[in-house]
Design a binder for this molecule. Structure first.
Ligand SMILES: [Zn+2]
Length: 349
């Protein structure tokens, strides 16, 4: 399976940037309002609908090549979170809250097979959001059963006789059931494992399946962007292209009615694992993207994985940076969970 630029093992690259008949009312509404504000020379306020919405999202799964480069076993055990990853998640949630923020987590359902889940219920109880990230971290765009997940290549009896469609649906459904039964949580939204440059625009069947499973918004799109050469610091052109790509990461509504809230470049694994960036490079890219959102009244959905961040950013500098930028922006920006962004797409303020 090809790796996407989000970094997790999913086959996103076969999807081209075909035209997609997507309704973009939400984004256009934001863009138009921003233009009018600029023309009128008005400062943005809390009640005029042009407040930037910044989300901090953590995908709760293990990541290939972390904590050490030789580790690829996580491909088969995405939900087997290690202690440092869980600790980082808890600490980041506490820190974000102290700094006036909130974190939206997406959980691989198999995490709930672990002996201890108090850390997760503690995070939920303190007001952070937890969404569904499938049970085994399956590739929704897989075109055959064995391509849905590495686990099923090693243990094909788990999916014997099943169609790709059934495997995917069960993987979504099991996570919802596990969250409800083991943790008493209803999933707050759905995020596809990996990100697709065209989102689910070419797959109305998957949009329908996710709506059938109870979701009215998903996070599946990760727009293409430059990221430079592995091992080299990002050039100005790379930073510029990441800022440009923010426009492609704005929420919209598919013709089916399903809301898409994309992941905003650049992800932690795209920067650190794929390109081997230093933390200072990553912080600069994130800062530029957040500043773009604040200036335009747009949306920025930061995407990271605590299994990667605990190694690359052990002092939570990225979470601090985002919270501090939003705080400094006063009433021009807010940190929100993705369901709040979806609500704003449905009924623009
Ligand atoms: Zn993931």
């Amino acid at each position: 399976m090809a790796s996407s630029s989000v970094g997790e093992p999913v086959g996103s690259e076969e999807l081209g940037q075909r035209s997609r008949g997507i309704e973009r009312r939400g984004f256009l509404g934001v863009a138009t309002a921003g233009l009018m504000g600029a023309v009128a020379g008005l400062s943005r306020g809390a009640d005029d609908g042009r407040k930037a919405q910044i989300a901090i999202t953590f995908d709760l799964e293990m990541s290939r090549h972390y904590p050490t480069w030789d580790n690829t076993e996580w491909d088969y055990q995405k939900g087997n979170l290690d202690e440092p990853t869980k600790r980082y998640s808890v600490e980041a949630a506490k820190l974000a809250k102290e700094l006036g923020g909130v974190i939206h987590f997406f959980l691989v359902g198999r995490v709930l097979e672990q002996a201890e889940i108090g850390w997760l219920t503690e995070i939920a109880a303190s007001g952070h959001a937890i969404g569904n990230h499938t049970y085994d971290h399956v590739n929704l765009l897989a075109d055959s059963p064995e391509k849905t997940q590495f686990r099923f290549q090693r243990a094909p009896w788990l999916i014997a006789g099943q169609t790709t469609e059934k495997i995917l649906r069960d993987n979504v459904r099991l996570t919802t059931a596990a969250m409800q039964q083991r943790a008493g949580l209803k999933p707050n939204g759905f995020r596809t494992p990996g990100g697709f440059s065209n989102g689910l625009a070419d797959r109305p069947d998957l949009q329908q399946m996710l709506m059938d499973e109870g979701f009215d918004w998903v996070s599946s799109k990760y727009p293409r962007h430059e990221s430079g050469v592995t091992g080299e610091p990002p050039s100005q052109a790379v930073y510029d292209d990441i800022v440009r790509a923010q426009q492609e990461a704005q929420p919209f509504v598919y013709p089916s009615g399903l809301i898409e809230i994309p992941m905003s470049p650049i992800s932690d694994v795209g920067a650190f694992r794929t390109r081997r960036w230093k933390l200072t490079h990553f912080l600069k890219a994130v800062r530029l993207a957040v500043e773009w959102a604040i200036e335009t009244g747009g949306v920025f959905g930061f995407l990271c994985h605590p299994s990667c961040m605990v190694v690359e950013d052990p002092d939570f500098q990225t979470v601090r940076l985002i919270c501090n930028l939003v705080r400094a922006a006063g009433d021009r920006a807010e940190i929100v969970t993705l369901d709040r962004i979806a609500a704003n797409v449905r009924n623009p303020a």
